[in-house]
Design a protein around this ligand. Structure first.
Ligand code: 2NM
Length: 356
């Protein structure tokens, strides 16, 4: 063992040099195992001291320990350096230039419903409306009673409602949000409310979930003339035509009085539907002056404040504008249909940049 110790001592400078010149963490680890591992040279020397006399052990132990410390320190120091170097190299190779333009995601497209909502919102935003949102799961009060649709009113059967446990329901229109908005905020109100609505109805022209945008304008001195102008301007902007004949046809809604349905002129050819050309009429939305009972239900003084409201089906308007013939395709998740009727996500409609 004395020979062995002597041997290592004489090889120490070479070993230290070998450690300092190591380029791989793995090579350092191999050296550590060779000298300091369970059966390593230094470990075996330390173990051999068990059979020595106290005298022998004193000097031998001191020498072996010194060796152990020097080798350990050299390996640790070199390893720290290599780890640091490796990290620096990774930082150098993995850096990202955040000022570079983003790569666009070429396969994803905006669904035509999202596009129509974006376009319609943009038009009303340009007229000073803000966007309000609210719950799709609602109670009887906000979906029916507050809107002047009492318990046994035929309108409750008219909308085939999805009922849920605990007297909750899926909203049949987005008017619940107007009610909540008028209750929570201070007038004047000028909002549009886009969102999902639900009715128990499924055939070629109805899906159990569809989208609506409703609007509300409450202020002093708001009349049917304001309603007529706002809706006509909206339809011209949406269908991108300077002139569209618009007809307000008397109708009935429980929440408005008077109420009207809005038709626009259109011409049907063999394969096409041309909006704005006089030939026949096409129904596009409903509207009216907010019913005094609705205002009373949200504690608005109907003598001072009044206004108008309107509602439209997003899928229906999208079909007319983008030339989509079958409502059910909206929800069939057919990738070919989506890529044909979808819009590039970076082409977001705006009044200045164009709607389509
Ligand atoms: C429509 C037609 C007419 C409407 C009324 C209200 C409210 F909450 F203010 F009373 N919100 N939306 C309304 C009026 C909706 O959709 C065809």
């Amino acid at each position: 063992m004395k020979d062995c110790l002597h041997d290592i001592k004489s090889r120490l400078p070479k070993l230290l040099e070998q450690i300092i010149l190591s380029e791989q963490i793995k090579a350092l680890e191999d050296l550590r195992i060779e000298y300091l591992g369970k059966n390593g040279t230094i470990t075996l020397l330390l173990k051999s001291m068990a059979d020595m006399t106290d005298e022998e052990r004193r000097n031998f132990g001191k020498d072996v320990n010194e060796l152990k410390v020097q080798i350990t320190e050299a390996i640790d120091a070199r390893k720290d350096l290599l780890v640091q170097e490796e990290l620096n190299n990774r930082l150098k190779s993995e850096w990202v230039d955040l000022s570079l333009p983003a790569k666009t995601y070429r396969r994803g497209v905006l669904h035509p419903v999202s596009r129509a909502i974006a376009e319609i919102s943009e038009i009303f935003a340009s007229m000073g409306f803000s966007i309000a949102e609210g719950p799709e799961i609602e109670d009887d009060f906000h979906n029916f009673d507050a809107l002047n649709i009492p318990q046994h009113h035929p309108a409750r059967q008219m909308h085939d409602t999805f009922y849920m446990p605990n007297s909750l329901l899926l909203r049949t229109h987005t008017s619940n949000v107007q009610i909540r908005h008028m209750t929570d905020e201070q007038p004047p109100f000028r909002i549009i409310v886009p969102g999902r609505v639900y009715r128990y109805d499924y055939d070629a022209t109805h899906t159990p979930m569809f989208h609506q945008i409703e609007g509300l304008y409450i202020d002093r001195n708001i009349t049917m003339a304001n309603l007529k102008w706002t809706i006509t301007e909206f339809l011209k902007a949406f269908f991108e035509r300077d002139h569209i004949p618009v007809r307000f046809r008397p109708s009935y809604f429980p929440f408005t009085e008077p109420s009207a349905e809005v038709d626009i002129a259109c011409k049907r050819t063999k394969n096409d539907l041309i909006i704005g050309e006089e030939d026949s009429w096409l129904e596009v939305m409903g509207c009216g002056m907010t019913h005094p009972n609705v205002l009373k239900n949200v504690s608005i003084d109907g003598k001072n404040l009044q206004g108008f409201a309107f509602g439209m089906g997003v899928e229906r308007l999208a079909m007319l504008k983008y030339g989509i013939s079958d409502l059910r395709d909206f929800y069939s998740s057919d990738f070919r249909w989506l890529s044909h009727y979808g819009t590039k996500p970076l082409k977001i409609p705006s009044m200045t940049g164009g709607l389509s």
